[in-house]
Design a protein around this ligand. Structure first.
Ligand code: 5GP
Ligand code: ZN
Length: 133
């Protein structure tokens, strides 16, 4: 994709701090980190979102995410991390090239969890039926 920022990073047209690279995958530091060591893991091929990506590449991506998570816990003083995909713009996806975020976490880092709600009477049952596989 000509104008995709992450495709440009993959092609080396935009510089990045690379963390990992193989034939299909690139991982690099997020330019605006939520916390130091915030990494993005992307397929080199352009897929917009989870619906588009090939399952084989997704499996390879999550394997890389797992390895980087170990490094983060060992070497940037994080005691945990969030793994996140913002899937589609309504979910906060700004760059329409699927990517995992790995966000290092420390006790007391002040990052807020998502607010949670309650189901109304019968709502959970109805929704579970709708999305059951
Ligand atoms: P999204 O909101 O699409 O899930 O996340 C996009 C992420 O890409 C953001 O966290 C943003 O900081 C990061 N980002 C945007 N442009 C660049 C760039 O040119 N280089 C790097 N390394 N990260 C970028
Ligand atoms: Zn792209």
């Amino acid at each position: 994709m000509d104008n995709c920022i992450f495709c440009k990073i993959v092609r080396g047209e935009i510089p990045s701090y690379k963390i990992y690279e193989d034939d299909n995958i690139l991982a690099f530091l997020d330019i605006a980190p939520v916390s130091p060591g915030h990494v993005l893991v992307v397929p080199k091929k352009h897929f917009k979102n989870m619906e588009e990506i090939d399952i084989e590449i997704l499996q390879d991506l999550i394997a890389v995410v797992k390895k980087i998570g170990i490094k983060i816990k060992e070497n940037v003083g994080a005691s945990g991390y969030n793994i996140c995909i913002n899937n589609d713009s309504v979910a906060g996806q700004v760059v329409p090239h699927l990517h995992f975020h790995i966000i290092p976490r420390k006790e007391g880092d002040g990052l807020m969890p998502w607010p949670q709600k309650e189901y109304s009477e019968g709502e959970a049952d109805e929704i579970a039926k709708k999305i059951k596989l």
